[in-house]
Design a protein around this ligand. Structure first.
Ligand code: ADP
Ligand code: MG
Length: 424
C-alpha cells in the first residue's frame, strides 16, 4: 500500500468506529429506559428505592403491566463477592446462574436473588446463607435453591415429604432421672398469599397480624389465650418474656441482613395461653412459630399439645380467611430459611450435661452430629454457649416425619445423659 492509500484507510477506519460507537450508545439508551420507569412506579406508592430493602410494592399499579419484570432491571448488580466462601451459596450461585437470574423480581414480594443471598455476601460464617422472600422465590430461583436444599438435607431431586404428628407413636420417654429442665417443640408455618419474612411487604405483614388476631380469638380450652403485640408492650414485660424463654428478640445480625427486621416492631407479637405452655410468635423469622413447651421432660405431652395446637390454629385461620399453610409435596411446609423446610420442627430439651461440658463443645458437637441432634446454648440460636446446660434438638427437618425426629431426640438425649457420667 502506498502512503496516501494507508492514510485513506486509517481515516475510513476511524469514521467507521465512530459510527459504531454512536450506534452502541443509542442501543444502550433504549435498553435503559424501562429501569427509569420503575422509579416512577415507586413515586406513585410514595416510597423510594434505597438499597436492597426498600419496601416492596405489593399493590403498585404499574407492576402487573410489566409481566417480564423489565422495569426491575436496576435490581441486577455485578456478580457479588461472597464472603462466606465455603457456604452452599458460594457453591451453587455461579456467575452463569447469576447472569440468568439476578435481574428477576418475584411477583408476590418483589424479591431478588441479591436479597436472598445477602447473608452469604455480607458475612464470612454462613453454612447455607440463603433465605426465600416468598414462595415464588423457591420456584423462580429453583436453579439455586434446589441444589442447596438437596445438599443441605441430603435428599434426592424426586423425594417427597410426609408429615406425621401422631404422638401416640412415640415409644419410651426421657429417663426420669435425666437432668432435664424443660421441653419445647416448635414448628414454623407460613400462609399462602403472604410473603415470607425476608420479603413480606409492610402491608401484608400488618394484614397478616390483623387476621391472626381474629384467628387467635377462636382458640378454645387449654389453647385459649391472649395476643400481645410488641408495639406498645411494656419494656419490663418484654424482657421478662425473653428471659423466661418465651419470646424472641431483635438484634440477630442474620435476621437483620436478611431483611427480617424491617419496620420493627410493627406487626410482631406473641400469643400465649394462661399457663404459657402454648405460644405463637407472629412475624418473626416465619409468619408463625407455633410452640408447645413446659417444665420437665414429658416430650410426648408437649408433642401432643403442639399437634392439637397446629390443627386448631390452621382451622381458625381457614375460618377467618379461607387460606391454608404453604405446603409443597417435595419440600413440605415452606419456610423463609431452607434449613427449616419439611417439618419446620425443632424439638428440644434444656438438659444439664456437666461431663460433656468438661469434654468441650467440639466433642459434644461431634457426638451430636453422629446422633442426628444439635447442641445450642440456652439463650437461643445466636446466644452462644454459656454454661453446662444445653439445648439439644433434632438436626434434621426434611426427609423425616415429625414422629421420627421427636423419637430420635428422646433416644439421643438418653444416650447423651448416660455418656455424660463417663465424662464427669
Ligand atoms: P427457634 O429454633 O425456635 O428459633 P431459638 O434457638 O431461637 O429457637 O430459641 C428461642 C427461645 O426458645 C430461646 O429463648 C431458647 O432458650 C428457648 N428454648 C429453646 N428450647 C427450649 C427448651 N427446651 N426449654 C426452654 N426454652 C427453650
Ligand atoms: Mg430462632
Amino acid at each position: 500500500m502506498r502512503n496516501r492509500d494507508i492514510k485513506l484507510h486509517i481515516v475510513t477506519d476511524i469514521k467507521f468506529k465512530m459510527l459504531l460507537l454512536v450506534m452502541m450508545y443509542c442501543v444502550l439508551l433504549v435498553s435503559l429506559t424501562p429501569a427509569v420507569e420503575t422509579d416512577n412506579c415507586d413515586e406513585e406508592t410514595g416510597t423510594s428505592r434505597q438499597g436492597w430493602y426498600s419496601e416492596g410494592k405489593g399493590s403498585c399499579p404499574g407492576r402487573s403491566s410489566d409481566p417480564d419484570n423489565t422495569a426491575n432491571r436496576n435490581n441486577m448488580a455485578e456478580f457479588p463477592t461472597i464472603k462466606s466462601a465455603h457456604s452452599l451459596v458460594a457453591k451453587h450461585v455461579t456467575p452463569e446462574k447469576w447472569a440468568k437470574l439476578s435481574a428477576h423480581v418475584t411477583e408476590n414480594s418483589q424479591f431478588t436473588l441479591a436479597k436472598a443471598i445477602a447473608c452469604a455476601v455480607d458475612f464470612d460464617n454462613q453454612h447455607c446463607g440463603i433465605y426465600a422472600g416468598d414462595w415464588d422465590s423457591y420456584k423462580d430461583f429453583a436453579e439455586v435453591f434446589d441444589p442447596i436444599i438437596q445438599e443441605y438435607h441430603g435428599i434426592s431431586a424426586d423425594s417427597t415429604h410426609t408429615s406425621d404428628m401422631d404422638s401416640s407413636k412415640i415409644v419410651g420417654a426421657i429417663g426420669a432421672d435425666a437432668p432435664v429442665k424443660s421441653t419445647r417443640i416448635r414448628v414454623g408455618r407460613n400462609l399462602e398469599g403472604f410473603g415470607l419474612s425476608p420479603g413480606i411487604t409492610k402491608a401484608h405483614r400488618l394484614e397478616f397480624e390483623g387476621m391472626m388476631k381474629t384467628a387467635f380469638a377462636n382458640l378454645e380450652g387449654d389453647l385459649a389465650g391472649e395476643y400481645y403485640p410488641l408495639t406498645g408492650m411494656e419494656e419490663a414485660t418484654r424482657q421478662q418474656l425473653v428471659d423466661d424463654h418465651f419470646l424472641f428478640m431483635s438484634g440477630d445480625k442474620n435476621l437483620q441482613v436478611a431483611g427480617m427486621e424491617r419496620d420493627w416492631p410493627e406487626g410482631r407479637g406473641i400469643f400465649h395461653n394462661k399457663d404459657k405452655t402454648f405460644l405463637v410468635w407472629v412475624n418473626e423469622e416465619d409468619q408463625l412459630r407455633i410452640i408447645s413447651m413446659q417444665k420437665g421432660s414429658n416430650v410426648t405431652e408437649v408433642f401432643d399439645r403442639l399437634a392439637r395446637g397446629i390443627k386448631a390454629v390452621e382451622e381458625s385461620i381457614f375460618a377467618a380467611c379461607q387460606k391454608k399453610f404453604m405446603l409443597d409435596p417435595r419440600y413440605g411446609y415452606i419456610h423463609s430459611c431452607p434449613t427449616n423446610l419439611g417439618t419446620g420442627m425443632r424439638a428440644s430439651v434444656h438438659v444439664t450435661l456437666p461431663g460433656w461440658h468438661k469434654a468441650g463443645i467440639d466433642a459434644l458437637k461431634k457426638r451430636c452430629e453422629e446422633l442426628g441432634v444439635q447442641p445450642r446454648g440456652t439463650r437461643g440460636e445466636s446466644g452462644g454457649h454459656i454454661d453446662d446446660t444445653y439445648d439439644i434438638s433434632n438436626k434434621h427437618r426434611l426427609g423425616y416425619s415429625e414422629v421420627q425426629l421427636v423419637q430420635n431426640m428422646i433416644d439421643s438425649v438418653n444416650k447423651l445423659v448416660e455418656e455424660d457420667k463417663a465424662h464427669q
